[in-house]
Write a protein that binds this ligand. Structure first.
Ligand code: BGC
Ligand code: NOJ
Length: 814
């Protein structure tokens, strides 16, 4: 069953009923100011950091689901009846409802009692504010006398404190209401130099800034007393819960239309110019006023919206494909690329599954997120790489996370995830392959954000690889540390205390447990490093990493191969995991993917063997399961992985992030049908028809789909912020379609399904437009290329001359 449909021409998903199985959300903002918005206008906003600069409050895990948002109430002043044009929170049965999610904007349109309302929410480029553009149309035959109320609840900035420290919070809230603009200035009197504002384009009939005055004691958001009575109370918040609500009276003749604009924004003043007059406690509004005035004008709001739309047209235009498969086209051309941008911006911090107070930017996550995003805005990937590497530890290790506001490593989580540093090498390689910007290697970057510790980024990469070599275990495989990519495989944790964090508890010295996943990742990273060293003319480094990779590969064959698949790890007792010797956890997906991506077993046939084992033991119609058989109980020596009931998350869930590794591996061994089949199984658009089972949004990937051991097999969770986005984008564009950026040029080497006769791609690469058409002339994967009318040998198109603007490529597959 579906709850909406795709409009690919408009690049929108259109939800046609408000009661989706879960809130189906979208993101506003793509630079510094961000918002989450659901299909019923739920969600919240923040500036840069969802924890430290939260503008509006949200209550997680609520019942009903999704309370708190950008709410509007319409009231018919003759009858006294009122409704929410976004359905929530009043849940009045609307005569019409539609929510359009697009790139960086959401439009919610509905009709009730002849009044049509359409609200466009978006964040203009270059600004720290969001616009709600409301258009009301009287489609009835009578004159209507309406009241429109807006409502948001301010968060007292630090979202964690805001939801815990009430003995203080209930006394610190402060607002100002000046010229009909509501200013939220809690803590501005002391160390903050920022405030929020909420403004409206119309003359107000009233306002409210104290929550209980607006709602009425013991009322919910579904029944605000002020809306019931039709009159604001003009309340001024002193402590308790500051909110922002405007009241606008609207008279509409039959057929008449009116636009009303609200803006909610964040503003900073210079530390020494916070107050006006300077000796007062009144917010200096000089620099914010022109911004407010500007965007309350419909023409300026429209212009800002059009710029945002053009911006996305340009970004998405960097890679457009036409294949025989609609799901592929719309995911690659629109939604997957868009999700990559969102995951890049948010990392794993703020979604409807991540509270925004828990996690900052992950080291391994951000390096992987780059892969799906770097072709759209390489400059921002560059900045991210430099921020990440500045948190790197001197021993080559990494802080597992950093806070986006401070850009400093997060001490609470610390380090010791032994895969982390290797991802930096992959991230940097991807950036250089895309941009050709070799200069990044020479940028002096600090270690541990310490002034004076600067070394060229190239040196950081060397230390990253050395980190693994300095930590080899009894089998000469890499020691796993706290965990590798699988955060829940905690082989040194041994936690028997309830509530202890699996991520940070370590009870063993870590000198025994080893990871075959890191071994594969290391080989892959060494190959990238060899490419980089070659360019640097650094033969010593090139030889060193090639030798190290070859040795590691030998080690994998000696201790990491199980006969039919790659093993997963050795535990603290030196016992193997991911082997026929195990009764549970006999085969894991991660080492099959990563080892084959590093080329292991491609020559000797073991890669195909391992992939056949994946198909036999792990594949389901809903995707490939992380591991089998599921752990039936908690194992002290395995940690969090066995804490999940079978079929969920890392304990045998379909952990979607890992599926594209298998798609890539299948393409590497030349099995296009298999690769594409796996691609389709988790493609959200291809799962749209089973939305009532899948539950999450059909336009973005979710982190997990319940595995076959779970009673809810096929049900997705944790949508939006997942490495699945970047890796699926890489799998389909770089391996199945085979358009792959390299150090020396763009490679075209598709491994497509046998049923495809052709496809076309337009791709920008290093400032040049590549128009690529691919035709199948035989059943194999052999590719011959014609570039601007001339055949070339091999599959890599060398970089064109400087003045070239377009390159035309014809590929024939036989
Ligand atoms: C989850 C992992 C996640 C980790 C991060 C665990 O509970 O299962 O997927 O990476 O938390 O802290
Ligand atoms: C989610 C984390 O963000 C990611 O870093 C990790 O690799 C996966 N979970 C698997 O545990």
């Amino acid at each position: 069953m579906k709850y909406g449909y795709f409009d690919d021409a408009a690049r929108e998903y259109i939800i046609v009923r408000p009661d989706t199985p879960l809130p189906w959300i979208n993101y506003l903002g793509c630079e510094e100011y961000f918002g989450l918005i659901s299909n019923t206008a739920g969600g919240y906003s923040f500036y840069k950091d969802a924890r430290l600069r939260r503008l509006t409050r949200y209550r997680y895990n609520n019942s009903p689901l999704d309370v708190g948002g950008r709410y509007l109430y319409l009231r018919d002043n003759k009858s006294g009846s009122y409704w929410s044009p976004s359905w929530m929170p009043t849940r009045t049965k609307l005569d019409e409802y539609e929510c359009r999610h697009g790139q960086g904007y959401t439009i919610i349109t509905s009709k009730f009692n002849g009044i049509k309302s359409s609200t466009r929410y978006f964040v203009p480029l270059g600004e720290s504010l969001e616009i709600w553009q409301v258009t009301l149309t009287n489609e009835s035959r009578a004159v209507s006398d309406l009241s429109l109320f807006s409502a948001i609840e301010f968060c007292l900035w630090d979202a964690n404190d805001d939801s815990t420290n009430f003995q203080r919070n209930y006394s610190i809230g402060q607002v100002e209401i000046v010229d009909d603009v509501i200013y939220h200035k809690t803590e501005y009197r002391e160390r903050r130099d920022h405030f929020a504002y909420f403004a409206c384009s119309e003359k107000l009939a009233g306002f409210d800034t104290q929550r209980e005055a607006f709602l009425g004691n013991y009322h919910g958001w579904n029944q605000p007393q002020v809306v019931e009575t039709g009159a604001s109370s003009n309340s001024e918040a002193h402590g308790w819960q500051p909110i922002g609500s405007h009241h606008v009276k609207v008279h509409l003749k039959a057929g008449e239309q009116k636009q009303i604009i609200f803006i909610l924004g964040y503003h900073e003043n210079p530390k020494d110019d916070k107050f006006d007059p300077p000796t007062s406690q009144i917010v200096n509004k000089k620099s914010v006023k022109p911004i407010i005035e500007k965007y309350l004008q419909p023409a300026n709001a429209d212009k800002a919206f059009n710029s945002l739309h053009d911006y996305w047209t340009t970004l998405l235009g960097k890679f457009q494909v036409t294949t025989p498969d609609t799901h592929t086209n719309r995911m690659v051309n629109i939604w997957n690329a868009y999700q990559c941008m969102v995951t890049f911006n948010m990392s794993r911090s703020a979604s409807y599954f991540e509270s925004g107070i828990g996690r900052g930017m992950g080291f391994r996550d951000s390096n992987q997120d780059l892969l799906g995003f770097v072709h759209m805005i390489p400059e921002r990937a560059r900045e991210r790489i430099l921020d990440l590497s500045a948190t790197q530890l001197k021993n080559g290790g990494a802080f597992h996370q950093y806070q986006p506001l401070t850009k400093r490593g997060n001490n609470d989580v610390g380090s010791g995830f032994n895969d982390d540093p290797a991802w930096l090498v992959l991230g940097v390689a991807a950036y250089i392959k895309e941009s050709g910007d070799w200069s990044i290697l020479d940028v002096p970057v600090q270690y541990e954000n310490e002034a004076g510790s600067e070394m060229p980024l190239y040196e950081h990469l060397q230390r990253s690889l050395q980190y693994t070599l300095d930590r080899l275990g009894p089998n000469r495989l890499p020691l796993i540390g706290r965990a590798d990519w699988n955060d829940c495989l905690n082989l040194n944790c041994f936690s028997d205390t309830p509530g202890q964090s699996f991520q940070t508890t370590t009870n063993k010295d870590g000198k025994v447990a080893e990871s075959i996943f890191i071994a594969g990742l290391f080989v892959l990273a060494c190959q990238e490093m060899a490419g980089i060293a070659k360019y640097k003319n650094d033969k010593a480094e090139g030889n060193k990493v090639q030798k190290a990779a070859a040795e590691m590969e030998k080690t994998v064959w000696a201790s990491g191969w199980d006969g039919d698949w790659f093993r997963r790890a050795y535990d603290n007792f030196g016992h193997v995991l991911g082997s026929k010797e195990n009764t549970e956890g006999r085969i894991f997906i991660e080492p099959q993917g990563i080892c084959i991506m590093a080329g292991l077993g491609v020559e000797n046939g073991n890669a195909v063997k391992a992939l056949d084992s994946v198909a036999e033991h792990l594949a389901t119609p809903h995707g490939i399961i992380l591991q089998q058989p599921a752990f039936s109980q908690y194992y002290l020596h395995l940690g969090e992985i066995s804490s999940y009931p079978p079929g969920y998350k890392e304990n045998a869930g379909i952990f979607c992030h890992t599926n594209p590794w298998i798609m890539i591996a299948e393409s590497i061994v030349g099995r296009g049908d298999k690769a594409f089949d796996y691609y389709k199984r988790i493609n959200p658009s291809a799962r749209e028809e089973i939305s009532e089972l899948h539950k999450c949004e059909p336009y973005v990937y979710a982190q997990m789909i319940a595995g076959k051991d779970a009673p809810t097999h096929g049900e997705a969770k944790n949508s939006w912020l997942t490495g699945t986005a970047a890796w699926n984008y890489a799998a389909i564009t770089q391996y199945i379609l085979g358009i792959r950026p390299g150090f020396d040029g763009l490679e075209v080497k598709p491994v497509i399904p046998s049923g495809w006769s052709d496809f076309e791609v337009v791709r920008s690469y290093r400032g040049v437009r590549y128009e690529i058409s691919v035709k199948r002339a035989g059943a194999g994967n052999a590719v011959s290329l014609e570039v601007d009318g001339k055949s070339i040998s091999g599959t890599i198109i060398s970089l064109p001359k400087k003045e070239t603007s377009t390159v035309r490529v014809k590929a024939v597959i036989r």
